[in-house]
Design a protein around this ligand. Structure first.
Ligand code: MN3
Length: 202
């Protein structure tokens, strides 16, 4: 079992009231756990077994739907758990703040663009903030478990912030009110982690 379920460094109820404990528990212990098991099954006995995500995803055979869906599901959720945290760990500052100002004009303008991508993704998928070499930032959305690290998906680059907009991520608490869930997300961003990923990917 080369791919392990990500351990959270906070409790299931730590993100309340923005994300409720029951949603977190089901999302992590059932949904992400399912993607992890199916990814392990999809690579078992092949050359890909244990390949790190940052080299597996850019070289993915997009026609292999079991691998595409489950490698994406595994990577996307691993990122998601790490870029959220109780009480907005850290704050937007330094080089990442400068890059957001340069690419979008302001934090507010970035939030508007990201919210529009998240709200406008029809059906299941993700909204992303990605960094390209040189430090420019782009926002996009992707369907299902696709991810901008995969070949020719979304805005490309390296994802540094992602929001799961599948209904399983919010339906218990927010029902059909995806915009309320998106607004709440901005209260639980782990800016320290986003800045770390920015510095690594730029
Ligand atoms: Mn999910």
């Amino acid at each position: 079992m080369p791919y392990q379920l990500t351990e959270l460094d906070y409790t299931y109820d730590a993100l309340e009231p923005h994300i409720d404990a029951r949603t977190m528990e089901i999302h992590h212990s059932k949904h992400h756990s399912g993607y992890t098991a199916k990814l392990n099954a999809a690579v078992e006995g092949s050359d890909l077994d244990g390949t790190p995500m940052d080299s597996l995803l850019p070289n993915l055979d997009m026609g292999n739907s079991a691998l595409r869906n489950n490698a994406g599901g595994y990577y996307n959720h691993d990122l998601f758990w790490k870029v959220i945290s109780p009480n907005n760990r850290g704050s937007l500052s330094g080089e990442l703040k400068d890059a957001i100002d340069t690419s979008f004009g302001s934090l507010e303008a970035f939030q508007d663009a990201f919210s529009a991508a998240a709200a406008g993704q029809f059906g299941s998928g993700w909204a992303w903030l990605c960094v390209h070499k040189g430090g420019s930032l782009k926002v996009c959305s992707t369907p299902n478990q696709d991810c901008p690290l995969m070949p020719n998906v979304g805005c490309g680059g390296t994802p540094i912030l992602g929001l799961d907009v599948w209904e399983h991520a919010y339906y218990l608490n927010y029902q059909n009110r995806r915009p309320d869930y998106i607004n709440a997300f901005f209260n639980i961003i782990n800016w320290n982690e986003v800045a770390r990923r920015f510095a690594q990917g730029k």
